[in-house]
Write a protein that binds this ligand. Structure first.
Ligand code: SAH
Ligand code: SF4
Ligand code: F3S
Length: 482
């Protein structure tokens, strides 16, 4: 299909920068105004945005909601009354894709009852050519399909669906760009996502992300600092800088800025707030980062540092570019700078060719590091990635058994670490409601550990001293010290 935006021509104007020129953003804003005018003529129009996948997708959905609001849409949770339904999809594992397709299937009935309902599929899953084709052929109820790189053109794409009443697909392969100045509707509360960079260049052999999210590109530091300042001013207290490989920030910028420097810049914003970041890749983490974390009082004592596997042979096949010894040394160095650092990680069990001996190396890393929490996944074959071509002799049962052993051991470790909090006093940010009926709130420690505690909702947004009174594997229980 025709590529609607003329990025290659514009590139000549903006040099090597990948930022969308202001006049293009203005054009999208004009379209939003036109659609808002159209919508204002009749009854109130409603939209529903459902997000699958990671925080990057959450952040993208906030932009989609922002654009929908500017186009005059209100929001609903009920599919039956929505005029526009947006499913922002994920492709990281097969399970995520199955969930999305199941949801699309279920919308057949909704759309039959409301034939002018517009169904939009966007995000990572649809950026895969095979998947886009499958939707074109087999999911005819879907009206608009666009990948993450085309997000900023949502108004123009939606306008085409509304005015031409045709199906629109915008899934051309693109390295990606940066679109500043788009509106956002953020989740209410105290926690906000702030994208520092987009895309990934790492090509870990199992991972689909670099194929669907384009090349690494960093937002200008001054734009990030300004956005953080605005977030603090409007009451957000917990800001997470996002990137698939956030600590490679700045490599593509001509300015002299890297991730540790960015942390220091955001840390310098006045106001009471805390700063987190994810996800860091071990190959880009080092002394400078840890020194910045230790010296910046607003940067929390939490490092999410995925190691994926403890076996050097598997790490090599994964294209992770570090060894088990490198990883262990890195965590040790981090803890030297930040003694009470909470370390969490991601692990893949059952990568093609993983042997029992390889798996035991992973278990060994868990014993040595003693992570506070882990996100553990069974390997899922992603067509088009190098790992999908590798010999994978082990059965699902063998992988599941390893996975269960790992979870059991980690649960015991998390339980022990949590028990160590009991009786201690910590500073925590009260960030939401845990259970309204029993009057329980949620709070987070500096390391991101979840606390359930009693209190009135007016306390949400407060940093409070909390005495930890109990725990289980997943959470702590506490009381606010008055
Ligand atoms: N950029 C981040 C997160 C990527 S996706 C990082 O590099 O850590 C989040 C996690 O999903 C990964 O860390 C990995 O553990 C897991 N993952 C990615 N691809 C996968 C696959 N094909 N099968 C199973 N787990 C996968
Ligand atoms: Fe995927 Fe690796 Fe990039 Fe993370 S760093 S998004 S695992 S390719
Ligand atoms: Fe999924 Fe895309 Fe995030 S594949 S994990 S939504 S970057």
């Amino acid at each position: 299909m025709r590529c609607v935006h003329k990025f290659t021509e514009l590139e000549a104007d903006v040099g090597v920068r990948t930022e969308i020129p202001e006049n293009e953003i203005r054009r999208q804003r004009d379209i939003m105004a036109r659609i808002a005018e159209m919508n204002a003529a009749g009854r109130e129009r409603l939209a529903l945005v459902d997000t699958f996948g990671c925080q990057q997708n959450e952040a993208d959905s906030e932009r989609i909601r922002g654009m929908l609001r500017e186009m005059g849409y209100g929001f609903t949770e009920r599919e039956a009354e929505a005029d526009v339904i947006v499913l922002n999809t994920c492709a990281v594992r097969e399970h995520a894709e199955k969930r999305v397709l199941g949801n699309v299937g279920a919308l057949t009935h909704t759309k039959r009852a409301k034939p002018d309902q517009i169904i939009v599929l966007c995000g990572c899953m649809v950026q895969q050519p095979v998947m886009a084709e499958k939707i074109r052929r087999s999911y005819r109820i879907v009206d608009l399909v666009f990948g993450p790189q085309a997000l900023w053109r949502f108004p123009e794409l939606l306008e085409r669906v509304l005015t031409e009443r045709t199906r629109v697909f915008a899934v051309e392969e693109e390295d990606g760009s940066i679109a500043e100045g788009l509106p956002a509707v953020r989740q209410k509360g105290v926690k906000a996502w702030l994208s520092a960079m987009y895309g990934c260049n790492n090509y870990c052999s199992y991972c689909i992300v670099p194929y669907v999210r384009g090349r690494e590109r960093s937002r200008r530091p001054e734009v990030i600092v300004e956005e953080a300042r605005a977030l603090v001013a409007s009451g957000y207290r917990d800001i997470t800088l996002l990137g698939q490989n956030v600590n490679s920030y700045g490599k593509d910028l001509s300015e002299d800025v890297d991730f540790p420097r960015l942390l220091r810049m955001v840390n310098g914003i006045p106001g009471e707030f805390v700063l987190r970041f994810m996800t860091s890749h071990p190959k880009d983490a080092g002394e400078e980062l840890f020194r910045a974390m230790a010296e910046c009082e607003k940067v929390e004592n939490h490092l999410h540092l995925p190691f994926q596997s403890g076996s050097d042979a598997i790490l090599k096949k994964m294209n992770r570019r570090y060894t088990k010894a490198d990883y262990l040394a890195l965590v040790e160095l981090a803890r030297r700078y930040i003694p009470d650092l909470v370390v969490t990680s991601d692990i893949i069990v059952g990568f093609p060719g993983e042997t029992e001996a390889d798996f035991l190396e992973t278990m060994d890393v868990i014993e040595r590091v003693r992570f506070d929490a882990l996100f553990t996944f069974i390997y899922s074959k992603r067509p088009g990635t190098p790992a999908a071509e590798m010999d994978d002799p082990d059965s699902r049962e063998v992988k599941q058994a390893r996975f269960d052993r790992l979870i059991a051991r980690q649960n015991a470790i998390s339980g022990e670490i949590h028990a160590g909090y009991v009786g201690k006093r910590v500073r925590a940010l009260v960030d939401g409601v845990s259970d309204r009926e029993s009057g329980l709130l949620t709070a987070r420690t500096s390391g991101g550990r979840l606390i359930h505690l009693k209190g009135g909702e007016q306390r949400i947004g407060e940093f409070a001293p909390v005495e930890i009174t109990g725990c289980n594997t997943w959470a702590l229980y506490g009381e606010i010290c008055e």
